[in-house]
Design a protein around this ligand. Structure first.
Ligand SMILES: *Cc1c(COP(=O)(O)O)cnc(C)c1O
Length: 832
C-alpha cells in the first residue's frame, strides 16, 4: 500500500528534526492507514467507528511499520552470524504497547494529530488497550524493560515466554477485602501479536524411559509412551528507540496434539477427545501467582517444561540451519534464565544433546554450563523453587534421571574436594532429603550455569555470604552482580511527557538513550524559572492522579498535599504494615491536637496480595479500614487522607509514579533483592524514604546521602537482631507510649468496628519477639525519619532542588546500562 510506504520512508530516522512538511505527510499517511485498517480488516465504517476500533486500527498501523524493520533486523542477525541471546522468562509484565511503540517509532506527535483529525483524543484511544499482565511484579517488569533496552542497543536477542490466556488476576476491593477475578485480557484478541501456524512443536510429558544400545555399542535412553502437547508460537515485536531495530518476543501457547484427538475420536469417545484437548490447553491458560504451596501443583511444572521444550526446539532449529556439529554452539547461543522458573532447561539441553544428538556426557555438560546463565531474584529461602522428586519423576522421568546424574557427578567432585564432609554434600545436593524428597531448582541452576547473578550489589553480596556461601566457595568467580534498571523510554519519556520536554529543552535529547546525560540538569538547580516549571509539572501530574483516585475509589484528595506513595506487591517483607503504623501515628496526633506543624498528606497504597497469602490480604483490609476511619473523621479535616487503589498494574503505575512526592521503599534490610519501583519514582522526581536495602543503597550512593531519607537497621543489624532479639517489641512499647497506643488501637477494634479478633494476627506478629521483619524495631526510626521528611517538605524550593538532583543522578538505573553489562560480562557480546 502506497500510504504505508510514505510512513516507512519517513520514520525511524535518528534525531528529532521533524520538518513541517514531513510531519504533515506522516499525519496524512497514518490517517489513511487507520482508515484502511478500519475498512479492510475490521469491516468498520470509518464514520461510525468508536475509540476501540480506532485503537485497534492504530495498533495495526504501528505493527505494519514494525514488521518490515523486524524482517530486516532478523536478516542482519543471520548475515552477521552473530551470537544470539535467548532471554527465557516465565513472566513479561508488558502493560500497554501503543504509547511505547509510537514513541520508539518516533511518530507519537504525528499519530496524535492523525487521531485528532479523525475526531478522537489520544488519551482516550490509549485507554482502550488492555494491559498485557503476563507477570507478577518486579521480575516480570524487569524482563519487559530488558526487551526495550535490548532492542535499543541492537543486541541480537530474543525474548521467550508463555502466552497466558489469563494474566495476573484482577483485584477488586469488596468491603475492603481483596477479591480476585480472572484477567481475560484476550477477550477481544490483541493487535500486537502474529499467531504463527508454524513452527508447531511437540512437547512430551509422562511416559517412561527405556534403554537401547546404539550402533556404536553405547547405551542410549529413549523417552516413550508419552502424552504429548503441541506448542504454537505467537510473536510480539519490540521496537528499539528510533533505530530501525525491532526484536521478537516469542510466546508459546499450548494446543492439544491432533493425533491424540483423532485416535480418541475414531474410538467414538467424543467427550474424552474434547476433554483431553481442553486439559492439554490448560497448560498455557493462566499465570501462576507466587505461592509457597507449589508442591503438588503439577500444572506449574508442566508449564515450565512446556515453555522450555518448545523454546529449545526453536533454538536448535535455528542453530542447525547453519551448523552441522555442536562445536560452535556456545559461540552462537547464550541463554539467560530469569530466576529458576525455566531452569528445567538445563536437563532438557542435556537430554537433547545426549539422547537425540548422541554426544557424550562430558561434551554435553561442557556445552550446557557454557550456555546457561542464571539470575537469582530473591533472598527469601522459602521463595526458592523446589519440586517433589515423586512428581518430577512422573511428569518428566528422563529429566529426573539426568538431574540425578548431574547431582552424582557434582557430589563426587565435592567429596574429592572435601573428604568426609557429609554436611557439605547434604547441603549442596540438588536433592533435598527428608520425608518428601525435593529437587532444589536453585542448586540445579547454579551447578548448570557459568554465571549466577544477583540484581543489586547488596543482594549479590548476601547471595555469596548468606544464601549460597558453599557454592560460592566451590565455584569462585561464578557469582556476580548486575544491578537492575528501568527503561527511561517508558518510565520517563512516555509516562511524563511534560517533564521529558522540560528536560530536553535544557539538555537536549541525548538522555533518552544515554541516561547519564541527566547530570546536565544539576546546573539548573538554582534556576528559579526551571524550578517553577518543575513544580508546575509535578502539580499537574498530582492533579491527574487526584482525578483518577476520585474516579476509582470516590475519595477527594488535594494535589496541594504531600503525595506519600507505596505501590508494589503486598508482602510482609515489603512492610506496608510499617507505613500503616505511621499513618495511625499521624492520625492519633491529629486527634490529640498535636498536628500544627504537620504537612497535609495523601497516603496512597496499591498492590496485589497472592491469593493464598491470607496475612498479606489482612494487611490490605487493615489499610482500607484505616482509610475508612481517617477519611471519615471530621477532626482530621484535610490533613490526612488514605487511599488504597485497586488492581495495581503497569498502566496504573504509569499514572502513579509521576505524581509522587515521597516514595516508600521500606523493606526490612536484607530482604528486597533490588526493587525497581524505587527507580521509577526517583526518575520522576519523588524523594525516597527507605531502608538500606536492595538498590536503595546504590540510589543513595548516586544521589548523595543528603538527598534521600534513610532510616532503620542495616542488613547486618537486622540479621543480628533476628538471632539475638536484643530489643523486643514489648520493651519498645513500654518505653514509647505513642507506639504502644498505635498497637493498642489496632487490637482494640478502633479500625474494625470494635471487632478485637479481626486484626489480632497482625498485632500478634508485631509483638512477636521473633517477628522476622522486625517492624517494631524500625518503627521509632521510621517515625523520626518521617518527621525529617515533614520538615523538608515545608521548604518547597529546597524540596524541588533535591528532586531535581535525584533525577539528575539516576543515570545508572537505566536498563541500557544493565543490559550492556549482561551482554559484555555474561553473554560475551560487545556493545557498540
Ligand atoms: C515496577 C513494578 C513493580 C515492582 O515494584 P517494586 O517496588 O520494585 O516491588 C511491580 N509491579 C508493577 C506493575 C511495576 O510496574
Amino acid at each position: 500500500m502506497k500510504v504505508l510506504e510514505k510512513v516507512r520512508s519517513q520514520t525511524g530516522h535518528e534525531g528529532n528534526d521533524v520538518m513541517e512538511n514531513y510531519f504533515s505527510t506522516t499525519v496524512q499517511a497514518i490517517k489513511e492507514n487507520i482508515i484502511h485498517h478500519l475498512m479492510s480488516f475490521q469491516g468498520r465504517d470509518p464514520e461510525r467507528s468508536g475509540a476501540r476500533d480506532v485503537y485497534k486500527a492504530l495498533a495495526y498501523t504501528m505493527r505494519d511499520i514494525m514488521v518490515e524493520k523486524w524482517i530486516s533486523t532478523q536478516k542482519t542477525f543471520y548475515a552477521k552470524q552473530k551470537k544470539r541471546v535467548y532471554y527465557l522468562s516465565l513472566e513479561f509484565l508488558i502493560g500497554r504497547s501503543l504509547g511505547n511503540s509510537m514513541t520508539n517509532l518516533g511518530i507519537l506527535d504525528a499519530a496524535k494529530k492523525a487521531v485528532e483529525e479523525l475526531g478522537f483524543d489520544m488519551e482516550e484511544i490509549r485507554n482502550q488497550e488492555e494491559d498485557a499482565a503476563l507477570g507478577n511484579g518486579g521480575l516480570g517488569r524487569l524482563a519487559a524493560c530488558f526487551m526495550d533496552s535490548i532492542a535499543t542497543l541492537k543486541i541480537p536477542a530474543y525474548g521467550y515466554g508463555i502466552r497466558y490466556e489469563y494474566g495476573l488476576f484482577f483485584q477488586q476491593l469488596v468491603d475492603g477485602y481483596q477479591v480476585e477475578g480472572p484477567d481475560n485480557w484476550l477477550f477481544d484478541g490483541t493487535p500486537w501479536e502474529f499467531e504463527r501456524s508454524l513452527p508447531l512443536f511437540n512437547v512430551q510429558f509422562f511416559g517412561n524411559v527405556t534403554g537401547y544400545v546404539d550402533e556404536n555399542g553405547n547405551y542410549r535412553a529413549k523417552w516413550v509412551n508419552t502424552k504429548d502437547v503441541k506448542a504454537r508460537a505467537s510473536d510480539i515485536m519490540v521496537p528499539g528507540y528510533r533505530n530501525d531495530h525491532v526484536i521478537n518476543m516469542r510466546l508459546w501457547s499450548a494446543q492439544s496434539s491432533r493425533e491424540l484427538d483423532l485416535t480418541d475420536f475414531s474410538k467414538g469417545d467424543y467427550i474424552g477427545a474434547v476433554e483431553s484437548k481442553v486439559s492439554s490447553e490448560t497448560i498455557s491458560k493462566v499465570l501462576y501467582p507466587p505461592d509457597h504451596n507449589y508442591a503438588g501443583q503439577e500444572l506449574r511444572l508442566k508449564q515450565q517444561y512446556f515453555f522450555v521444550a518448545a523454546t529449545f526446539q526453536d533454538i536448535m532449529r535455528r542453530y542447525k540451519k547453519k551448523h552441522d556439529s555442536f562445536d560452535q554452539f556456545t559461540d552462537r547461543v547464550a541463554v539467560q534464565l530469569n530466576d529458576t522458573h525455566p531452569a528445567i532447561a538445563i536437563p532438557e539441553l542435556m537430554r537433547i544433546l545426549l539422547d537425540l544428538e548422541g554426544l557424550s556426557w562430558e561434551e554435553a555438560w561442557h556445552i550446557c554450563v557454557n550456555t546457561f546463565a542464571y539470575t537469582n531474584h530473591t533472598l527469601m529461602p522459602e521463595a526458592l523453587e523446589r519440586w517433589s522428586v515423586e512428581m518430577m519423576g512422573r511428569v518428566l522421568p528422563r529429566h529426573l534421571q539426568i538431574i540425578y546424574e548431574i547431582n552424582q557427578r557434582f557430589l563426587d567432585e565435592l567429596a574429592q574436594r572435601y573428604p568426609g564432609n557429609v554436611r557439605k554434600l547434604r547441603d549442596l545436593s540438588i536433592i533435598e532429603e527428608g520425608p518428601v524428597k525435593m529437587v532444589r531448582m536453585a542448586h540445579l541452576a547454579i551447578i548448570g550455569s557459568h554465571s549466577v547473578n544477583g540484581v543489586a550489589e547488596l543482594h549479590s553480596k548476601l547471595l555469596k555470604e548468606r544464601i549460597f556461601p558453599d557454592f560460592h566457595e566451590f565455584f569462585p568467580g561464578r557469582f556476580n552482580s548486575k544491578t537492575n534498571g528501568i527503561t527511561p523510554r517508558r518510565w520517563l519519556l512516555d509516562v511524563n511527557p511534560e517533564l521529558a520536554d522540560l528536560i530536553s529543552g535544557r539538555i537536549g535529547f541525548g538522555w533518552i538513550t544515554d541516561l547519564d546525560q541527566l547530570r546536565g540538569l544539576e546546573s539548573f538547580v538554582e534556576d528559579t524559572e526551571f524550578r517553577q516549571s518543575w513544580q508546575r509539572i509535578k502539580f499537574n501530574n498530582k492533579k491527574r492522579l487526584a482525578d483518577y483516585i476520585k474516579k476509582t475509589v470516590g475519595v477527594t484528595v488535594s494535589p496541594d498535599t504531600m503525595f506519600d506513595i507505596q505501590v508494589k506487591r503486598i508482602h510482609e517483607y515489603k512492610r506496608q504494615l510499617l507505613n500503616a503504623l505511621h499513618l495511625i501515628y499521624l492520625y492519633h496526633r491529629i486527634v490529640r491536637g498535636e498536628a500544627d506543624d504537620m504537612v497535609p498528606r495523601t497516603a496512597v497504597f496499591a498492590g496485589k496480595a497472592a491469593p493464598s497469602y491470607w496475612r498479606a490480604k489482612l494487611i490490605i483490609k487493615l489499610i482500607t479500614s484505616i482509610a475508612d476511619v481517617v477519611n471519615n473523621d471530621p477532626r482530621v479535616k484535610d490533613r490526612l487522607k488514605v487511599v488504597f487503589l485497586p488492581n495495581y498494574n503497569v498502566s496504573q503505575a504509569e499514572i502513579i509514579m509521576v505524581a509522587a512526592d515521597l516514595s516508600e521503599q521500606i523493606s526490612t534490610a536484607g530482604t528486597e533483592a533490588s526493587g525497581t519501583g524505587n527507580m521509577k519514582f526517583s526518575l520522576n522526581g519523588a524523594l525516597t524514604i527507605g531502608t538500606l536495602d536492595g538498590a536503595n543503597i546504590e540510589i543513595r550512593e548516586e544521589v548523595g546521602k543528603e538527598n534521600i531519607f534513610i532510616f532503620g537497621m542495616t542488613a547486618e543489624e537486622a540479621e543480628y537482631e533476628r538471632k539475638n532479639a536484643s530489643r523486643t517489641p514489648w520493651q519498645i512499647c513500654r518505653k514509647n507510649g505513642e507506639i504502644a497506643e498505635i498497637i493498642e488501637s489496632i487490637g482494640d477494634g478502633s479500625f474494625s468496628d470494635g471487632n478485637k479478633d479481626l486484626f489480632k494476627p497482625l498485632v500478634d506478629s508485631l509483638m512477636d519477639k521473633h517477628d522476622p521483619y522486625l517492624l517494631l524495631l524500625d518503627l521509632e526510626s521510621y517515625i523520626d525519619c518521617q518527621k525529617r521528611v515533614n520538615r523538608a517538605y515545608l521548604d518547597q524550593e529546597n524540596w524541588t532542588r533535591t528532586a531535581i538532583l535525584n533525577v539528575a543522578r539516576m543515570g545508572k538505573f537505566s536498563t541500557d546500562r544493565t543490559i550492556k553489562e549482561y551482554a559484555e560480562e555474561i553473554w560475551g557480546i560487545p556493545v557498540g
